[in-house]
Design a protein around this ligand. Structure first.
Ligand code: NAD
Length: 267
């Protein structure tokens, strides 16, 4: 479908993707490299990040692994500085690192609440701040893409901190879109439905236990029940939307959140 433009949509752009050692972030890294970008794979899991960077390098692309806990201010600033040293510019941030936690509100510990908000919201703030400083200073602007979720728009039981954090990303995105416009920086949110990554594989048995149903029913009656066709969204679907946001040529597309979910959520 997108082959006509392959190889040039992101030529020479430098992209930092957090949480890109796995799942959605990893797929976006490969998709951006196919379009000519250089990518920094920033992850808590440095071995995993380096493995993705090696895979990309073997295919002839530019990539580096960066050790980064997105909740740690010093690590984020140091990681972004490392990318600047190696690649000399930052054009795109994909703030994607995330985890899930399954518990009803009445059983949720403050520590779990804080951990989840820290990864999703502190992480988005810290990486945005560090990248914006470079994008503004360069005079070239750039693009920030946040990995939201259908849970940026909709709630599910057992996911209070996740739903709260994902709604919060839309607020941050809108502020960055307004502040960034004068510097040529756009910001948007991708809101995927369920994608079968390790994050989702882990919660299938957890939800089955909490809800007292089988794992097959978690997939069919919880995760995919409201979709138009009973299908999971794929990492490739999400990467395609990331490419659209990353490559869009003007401020006409900023401050938006787009759902890619097989119709689970329709706005
Ligand atoms: P995943 O578990 O496959 O990958 C998440 C990555 O984030 C891992 O490599 C992990 O090491 C990294 N990470 C976790 N904590 C980190 C931290 N503090 N600092 C740096 N890296 C950290 O998960 P995924 O499904 O690919 O999820 C990626 C993003 O997509 C998340 O923000 C998630 O909420 C969002 N999302 C996922 C789905 C889905 O169904 N899988 C749906 C909507 C949104």
């Amino acid at each position: 479908m997108r082959k006509a433009h392959a190889k040039d949509r992101l030529r020479d752009r430098v992209d930092i993707i957090t949480g890109a050692a796995s799942g959605i972030g990893k797929e976006i890294a490969h998709a951006f490299v196919r379009e000519g970008a250089k990518v920094a794979i920033a992850d808590l899991n440095l071995d995993g990040a380096n493995a993705v960077a090696d895979e990309i390098a073997k295919g002839g692309g530019g990539a580096m692994g960066v050790a980064m806990d997105v909740t740690d201010e010093a690590q984020v600033d140091a990681g972004v500085a490392e990318v600047m040293r190696k690649f000399g510019r930052i054009d795109i941030l994909v703030s994607n690192a995330g985890i899930q936690h399954i518990d009803p509100v009445v059983d949720l510990s403050l520590a779990d609440w804080r951990k989840l908000l820290a990864i999703h919201l502190d992480g988005a703030f810290l990486t945005t701040r560090a990248c914006l400083r470079n994008m503004y200073a360069s005079g070239r602007g750039g693009t920030v893409i946040y990995m939201g979720s259908v849970h940026s728009k909709e709630a599910s039981p057992l996911k209070a901190p996740y739903v709260t954090a994902k709604h919060g990303l839309i607020g941050l995105c809108k502020v960055v879109a307004k502040e960034g416009a004068a510097h040529g920086v756009r910001a948007n949110v991708i809101c995927p439905g369920f994608v079968r990554t390790p994050l989702v594989e882990k919660q299938i048995p957890e939800q089955a236990r909490e809800l007292g149903i089988s794992e097959a029913d978690v997939v069919k009656k919880v995760m995919l029940k409201e979709t138009v066709d009973g299908e999971f969204t794929t990492t490739a679907d999400v990467a395609e939307l990331a490419l659209l946001f990353a490559g869009f040529p003007s401020n006409a597309l900023t401050g938006q959140s787009v759902v890619v979910s097989h119709g689970w959520f329709m706005q």
